[in-house]
Write a protein that binds this ligand. Structure first.
Ligand SMILES: Nc1ncnc2c1ncn2[C@@H]1O[C@H](COP(=O)(O)OP(=O)(O)OP(=O)(O)O)[C@@H](O)[C@H]1O
Length: 359
């Protein structure tokens, strides 16, 4: 474990629920915390913040111990350098944006030059004189994030920050969150129910189920596991980290290159060299033992079967494929697995019917 890792061991019993988590998370980037309703996501965040006092817990962030029940250490919330962003931005209505930000700054004694950087990072410099009711939902959340960051925290905790924002505003705020992920040096724990936000923002995924860790790992690797349920409400599928390689103006397609091959996807106007994420749903991948010819499916990748698991319905199977160092999932019928005699190690051609840039 690296020195700046987030080390969480929390045991918190409640009447009908036990949060029992022991996990080490990376000290950089966004860790999405997902799982069914009531699985303990918010409770875990509240334990990190010290808003919930688990009797049996160890919380270490950026090399500092915030809580260690064995050693009798429990820092109260105000002594934990953290930023907390809720579903509804909790700004002071009687203060303008400038004063709201100053409130966060005074708490930490940070400098105005830091604030200048924050305004640019979140694109809110032109909103300083407005009061919260004069902001859109997306702008309010950006100000709430800036205020949380103005305290110079060592970690940013976000509890479904886009859940109360409508679809259009969500699309507007996502690029800012991407920018934060790429430019901030502190880690973020990001609770969400949205597969879209996970695919777009997360570097790492922590999946909770009934208070326990169901999985924790790098995003692409974890999404491609066949022993896990997909994120609740989302379809199973893989995520590829890729780069725009070439654009075909005539057919409005872009080639994305990843470790394992290349796919043509709808052109989103991004220039060659741009890093992108590509989502490939399991239901859009079929398999063949020989390279298909004269097919309408033009994205065909040589792969090797890594593992096969039963699908959600008895007729289905999910096949995990290695394509270079990337992983794909294919959902096919159990009968097709039998007919093609697929097993771990079988070389196959994956036909990708549809793949989309996550933008
Ligand atoms: N203050 C509380 N007192 C007692 N039980 C609580 C309290 N808050 C939450 N719970 C229970 O703890 C469990 C975990 O709740 P939590 O809010 O952490 O789940 P969650 O994964 O964040 O859910 P959701 O996705 O619905 O927000 C649930 O069974 C919930 O009913």
């Amino acid at each position: 474990m690296s020195a700046d890792a987030i080390d969480l061991r929390v045991r918190l019993p409640r009447q009908d629920f036990l949060l029992d988590v022991d996990v080490s998370l990376p000290g950089r980037g966004i860790t999405a915390i997902a799982g069914p309703s009531g699985s303990g996501k918010t409770t875990l965040l509240r334990c990190v913040a010290g808003l919930e006092r688990a009797q049996d817990a160890r919380v270490r962030i950026a090399g500092k111990t915030w809580q260690d029940s064995g050693a009798g250490v429990f820092l109260p919330t105000w002594q934990r350098p953290l930023g907390y962003v809720f579903q509804e931005a909790s700004l002071f209505d009687h203060l303008d944006v400038r004063a709201n930000l100053a409130f966060g700054q005074e708490r930490s004694g940070s400098k105005s030059s830091d604030l200048h950087d924050l305004l640019a990072l979140l694109g809110i410099a032109q909103l300083l004189d407005r009061r919260p009711h004069q902001l859109s939902g997306g702008e309010r959340q950006r100000v709430a994030i800036a205020r949380a960051l103005a305290t110079q925290p060592r970690i940013l905790l976000l509890d479904e920050p886009l859940a109360a924002v409508d679809y259009a505003r969500r699309r507007e705020i996502l690029p800012w969150l991407e920018k934060l992920r790429d430019e901030l040096r502190i880690p973020m724990l990001y609770v969400t129910h949205s597969g879209e936000e996970v695919a777009r923002l997360a570097d790492h995924l922590l999946l909770l189920d009934e208070g326990k860790v169901r999985a924790a790992g790098p995003l692409a690797e974890t999404l491609a596991r066949i022993d896990l349920p997909a994120i609740p409400g989302e379809e199973a599928g893989a995520l590829l980290h890729a780069t725009i390689g070439e654009r075909d103006a005539r057919w409005q397609l872009a080639r994305v290159d990843f470790d394992g091959g290349a796919l043509w996807v709808a052109d989103a106007g991004l220039a060659a060299g741009h890093a992108v994420r590509v989502r490939v749903l399991a239901r859009d991948v079929s398999l063949a033992l020989v390279p298909p010819e004269r097919s309408s499916i033009q994205n065909v990748l040589p792969c090797t079967v890594r593992a096969i698991a039963p699908g959600a319905h008895g007729s289905q199977a999910v096949v995990q494929l290695a394509c270079g160092r990337s992983l794909l999932l294919a959902r096919i019928t159990a009968r097709a697995v039998d007919a093609l005699a697929l097993s771990a190690g079988t070389p196959v051609w994956a036909q990708v019917k549809s793949a989309a840039l996550v933008v």
